[in-house]
Structures are given as structure tokens and as C-alpha cells.
Design a protein around this ligand. Structure first.
Ligand SMILES: Cc1ncc(COP(=O)(O)O)c(C=O)c1O
Length: 313
């Protein structure tokens, strides 16, 4: 259950959590016209640090551009706002949710006098697919729902409306006793989970669907590809037939929420040995070493959230 924090950032000001409200006739409620982000702030020995803050805000700006949603703040201003918000809320580790939505004004589909309302909220959050998921792996299914077809709802934009599709995938998986569903694209090739990108490993090589397979350009996906290069594990971005999932040695999800979560079965077919595989484990270690500042941050992926300096310090 969501635990409120003190403040939410709205259009350049910090407001009380309970004051972050919109009118029911805002454009977004009827038409799903929002773009948003999800980030993690990690507790590190040097204080809290937001993971890939700028890259997430850049993706927000990209999503807004695709939908012609005007943002009134630059990427740098939004990064600064997010850091300030986490700092004033006094959280060490948390999830951060920036949202840009079309607000109240005109009620037709065509946005007109609907000002962009930009919010950033943060709150404490645990492991997305359960505490054991990272070490034990999860049981998932291939969804009967496809991901959005190209040129319908653009998958590269992280838009609120896309998550109606994600809800169908996730709810069906849940109803059938699975932790998550893997959606295929409209051509029948593997796309992604309802809120995660997917990788598989066979004979020491990693495979992941390309951006043209209706996937979100995940920041964790890109992180894992970069880490794999450093570990000299070959990565191939290619269309993935469904059956390649079943015969893989390892399969794992990546995402801000899921981090790097092993998949131990798909449609009740055991993947590899039915537990976290060695490549997944190496990547998890490389990933958590960076986000927990146990390894050097070569790529500048962490943005420090400095504690407020006492007056006169
Ligand atoms: C549909 C979808 N795919 C993939 C991801 C993973 O993206 P990221 O690693 O940027 O969190 C997410 C999470 O935001 C998502 O919602």
C-alpha cells in the first residue's frame, strides 16, 4: 500500500501530498493523455542516488514530443526538481514517478486549451515481483494479449494509454496464477512483459527483441546491454520466436521496478535448470554493485541526492 510522503512537485512548486489533485474532466482521465516515468533512488553509503535520472527525463521528453505534449521545463530542470523532491521528503531509497498530463479545459479528443500539468511524486517501494524473485526467479506465461501493433499506440512512448494493454497482460497472468505475462508483438514474435523488457541466454549469448518489436526502450535494458559488453557477453538484438523462450538456458526480465529478475518457468515449461542462471547472476551482481556504489560509476549513472546542509555549514 502506498505510503504518502510530505511533498509532491507540481509545475515548479512543492505542494502537499494531499493537494496533488486534478479535475475529473481533465483530458487525461477520458483519453489517457499522459506520459510518465518511473525511476529508482537507491540508498548508497554516500547517501541516496537516483539511477539514470537524465536518461529517464530524456525519455519523458521524447514521449511528450511524440504526443505533441508541451513540457514547460527542460530535462535538466526536471532532474533538479526530482533531486530536490527526494531530498525534502527525506527518503533514502524510493521510487520516483514524474507524470506530464493534459489537464482541464477542452473536453473533446482534440487537445486545445488543456494545459500540461507536470507532477513528480516519490514514495518508498520494495521489490516489484516479490522479495524472493531476484534470487529464485518467477513463473510466467505467454499472454494471449499482443503488444500494440506498430503505428497504433507508439510503443517507444511511455504513455499512460499503453498501460491499458499492460493491465490486460498483467491481469490475465495474475488470474491464471503467474507472476507476469510476456506479450508477443503483432507478428507473433516476443515483445516484452507488461512492465519489463526481456532477455534470453543460449550458449553464452544474450538475445533481446529490437525496438521495432513494440518494446519500450527500457533504461534498464540499455544498462544491461552496456554491462554485458563490459563483461564480454555477446548481445544480439533480434526478433525472437516464441519457442526460443522455452529452449533458452536462461531468461530474465529487466526494468526499473523488476531490476533484473530471473524467469524460472514459462507456460509451466522449466527454463534451464529452473533457477537463476550464471549469466543472469553475473549481470545482477554488476548492476547492484553500481547502484549500491560498490563498484565505480564509470557511466555517470547515479545522481546524488545530498542531504540539506545545516544553516551556517
Ligand atoms: C512496458 C514496459 N517495458 C519495459 C519497461 C522497462 O523500462 P525501464 O528499464 O526504463 O524501467 C517498463 C518499465 O517502465 C515498461 O513499463
Amino acid at each position: 500500500m502506498l505510503k504518502p510522503t510530505e511533498k509532491i512537485w507540481h509545475n515548479g512548486r512543492l505542494i502537499a501530498w494531499d493537494d496533488a489533485k486534478i479535475h475529473v474532466l481533465s483530458h487525461v482521465t477520458s483519453y489517457g493523455s499522459s506520459v510518465f516515468e518511473g525511476l529508482r533512488c537507491y540508498a548508497t553509503p554516500a547517501g541516496p542516488a537516483i539511477f539514470r535520472a537524465r536518461d529517464h527525463m530524456r525519455r519523458l521528453a521524447d514521449s511528450a514530443k511524440i504526443y505533441r505534449i508541451e513540457l514547460h521545463h527542460t530535462i535538466d530542470q526536471l532532474v533538479e526538481a526530482m533531486v530536490e523532491l527526494v531530498r525534502v521528503n527525506g527518503l533514502d531509497s524510493c521510487y520516483v514517478r514524474p507524470i506530464a498530463l493534459r489537464g482541464y479545459g477542452d473536453v473533446g479528443v482534440l487537445p486545445g486549451n488543456n494545459p500540461t500539468e507536470m507532477y513528480i511524486a516519490c514514495w518508498e517501494w520494495g521489490k516489484y515481483l516479490g522479495d524472493e524473485a531476484l534470487s529464485q526467479g518467477v513463473d510466467v506465461c505467454v499472454s494471449s494479449w499482443n503488444r500494440m501493433a506498430p503505428n497504433t499506440l507508439p510503443a517507444l512512448a511511455k504513455a499512460g494509454a499503453n498501460y491499458m494493454n499492460s493491465q490486460l497482460i498483467r491481469m490475465e497472468a495474475h488470474a491464471n496464477g503467474y507472476a507476469e505475462g510476456i506479450a508477443l508483438d503483432e507478428a507473433g514474435y516476443v515483445s516484452e512483459g507488461s512492465g519489463e523488457n526481456i532477455f534470453l541466454v543460449r550458449d553464452g549469448k544474450m538475445y533481446t527483441p529490437p525496438l521495432g518489436a513494440s518494446v519500450l526502450p527500457g533504461i534498464t535494458r540499455e544498462t544491461v546491454i552496456t554491462l554485458a559488453h563490459a563483461l564480454e557477453i555477446p548481445v544480439v538484438e533480434t526478433i525472437v520466436p516464441r519457442e526460443m523462450l522455452y529452449i533458452a538456458d536462461e531468461v530474465f526480465f529487466t526494468g526499473t521496478a523488476a531490476e533484473i529478475t530471473p524467469i524460472r518457468s514459462i507456460d509451466r515449461i522449466t527454463i534451464g535448470k529452473g533457477s537463476r542462471g550464471p549469466v543472469t547472476e553475473r549481470l545482477q551482481k554488476a548492476f547492484f554493485d553500481v547502484v549500491n556504489r560498490k563498484a565505480p560509476d564509470h557511466h555517470g549513472w547515479l545522481t546524488a541526492v545530498k542531504a540539506e546542509q545545516p544553516v551556517g555549514a
